[in-house]
Design a protein around this ligand. Structure first.
Ligand SMILES: Cc1ncc(COP(=O)(O)O)c(C=O)c1O
Length: 462
């Protein structure tokens, strides 16, 4: 299929984009003198722009396209559903697609996470989990529990509640005051661990987990409702949990009656080689929040999987969880999610990630010979490459250098070279990769080659 637009079509779209479209988290001024990148088509691991130029989708869109692009069977499942029942709410009614998907997800989820509350997005899932925690504790006679603990630099979404949980001061500040109760603890970046645990990853993990206990005690142990943690923290550049970290966190949560919410908006559905990130790292959450990969982006959907016990107060008498959104569990999205999960099973995508993740890591680790590469870290198909000014001292870039390097050069240069990935400086500067789960060695090599060329060039510009 040809994707190339004519020059007139390109110019017309550019003009409309610049005049009317507002891109998210984007400095719109940066497109004043250059084209807005417009992606028109996807196939497998690749997407194509208006001119027909091909890009390796090294970020799966935005940690979304697990099965890759252009799967007609998934698209057709959505079309069939739209013809049969395009929409009906989950407010007092159900539809077969939400029922079947809830049943399937419950069977896949660890332990007694058997109840699915659908949303339309990840932020809504996180928001819902906090609201559930608050109302649940009120319902069981612990009304003072409303605070939520999360890690610094962690991203948990942008709606006001989710933003209060997010640990990135820069994107919170314009919206202060946020809902009260967000409490921050250190993240698990071992590369930048405090000196007293810098040589011992297990001690580092225990220290980081114990910081959660210290926060609970500091805040008042009967005031904390939940701890929100990603299995592998995305923002800041892919921090895997140190060994023992989650086991210790689980113990602490149990000791103080605090809920453990595993925010798996990125890490669920194969990103780490398992349906759920908590499975990979061997811990049992009370709530899992999910979105993105549940549909591989063929339609929007999110939700939370909840332990039976958290539903109990709401299954008796006049009690109701007082929360809902119009498009939650949209029939088309649920049908698409079922077809997406069929592809996972048919093609054993979890098996593909597990079989190839060591090769992905080894290929990216070749970049360690570049002076700008400080650390390559991650798991599964989810990696961060931390960039440094000095490898030995691990010195990072100052704000000006980071601005010039990431925004001024790397983002554009990587895109121009045909790789979609993320150059992020919300923590220390990192490049992030999160490709479709269908990728194999040829795609790892392509990523490595493009990164090698562009990072080598970046070094000459510092
Ligand atoms: C861990 C985590 N939680 C929540 C969100 C918010 O999801 P959404 O953008 O769908 O609202 C994200 C988005 O990337 C995320 O990574």
């Amino acid at each position: 299929m040809s994707t190339a637009y004519t020059n007139d079509e390109i110019a017309a779209l550019q003009e409309k984009a610049k005049r009317h479209l507002w891109l998210h988290f984007t400095r719109m001024s940066s497109y004043a003198d250059s084209d807005v990148p417009v992606i028109v088509r996807g196939e497998g691991q690749y997407v194509y722009d208006q001119r027909g130029k091909r890009y390796l989708d090294g970020l799966a869109g935005l940690f979304v396209s697990q099965i890759g692009h252009g799967r007609t069977e998934v698209a057709e499942a959505g079309a069939r559903q739209a013809s049969e029942l395009a929409y009906f709410p989950l407010w007092s009614y159900a539809h077969p697609q939400a029922i079947e998907l809830a049943d399937r997800l419950s069977a896949m989820a660890p332990g007694d996470l058997n109840r699915v509350f659908f949303t339309g997005s990840g932020s809504e899932a996180v928001e819902s989990a906090w609201k559930l925690a608050k109302q649940y504790f009120k319902a069981i006679g612990q009304p003072n529990r409303y605070k939520v603990i999360s890690r610094s630099i962690a991203y948990h979404g942008t709606s006001m509640g989710a933003l209060a949980i997010t640990g990135l001061p820069g994107i919170k500040e314009p919206f202060e005051p946020l809902p009260p109760g967000g409490v921050r603890v250190p993240n698990t970046n071992f590369y930048r661990a405090p000196e007293f645990v810098a040589d011992d990853i297990e001690a580092f993990g225990i220290w980081a987990a114990d910081e959660i206990e210290r926060a609970i005690l500091r805040e008042g142990e009967d005031s904390v409702a939940a701890v929100f943690l990603e299995p592998l923290q995305n923002s800041g550049g892919c921090f895997p949990p140190p060994p023992g970290y989650f086991q210790r966190v689980r113990e602490i949560c149990d000791r103080y009656g605090v809920l453990l919410v595993s925010d798996e908006v990125i890490c669920a559905f194969g990103r780490l080689g398992y349906y759920f990130g908590s499975e990979r790292y061997g811990y049992q959450p009370d709530i899992i929040t999910f979105a993105k990969g549940v549909t591989s982006g063929y339609a929007p959907l999110g939700g939370m999987l909840v332990r039976d016990a958290l539903m109990e107060p709401f299954s008796q008498g006049q009690s109701t969880f007082l929360h809902g959104v119009t498009f939650a569990g949209h029939p088309v999205s649920c049908a698409v999610a079922m077809a997406n999960l069929d592809v996972f099973e048919k093609e054993d995508l979890l098996g593909n990630v597990r079989a190839n993740e060591a090769a992905f890591r080894a290929t990216l680790e070749k970049l360690n010979d570049l002076p700008i590469v400080g650390d390559v870290r991650g798991d599964g198909y989810f990696y961060g490459i931390e960039l440094v000014k000095d490898k030995t001292s691990r010195q990072t870039f100052n704000d000006d250098e980071s601005e010039r390097l990431l925004r001024g050069f790397l983002s554009h240069a990587l895109f121009d070279a045909g790789l979609i990935c993320r150059a992020d400086d919300r923590g220390d500067p990192v490049i992030q990769l999160s490709p479709p789960l269908t990728c194999t060695q040829e795609h790892f090599d392509e990523m490595e080659q493009i990164l090698r060329a562009v990072l080598s060039q970046a070094w000459t510009k510092i």
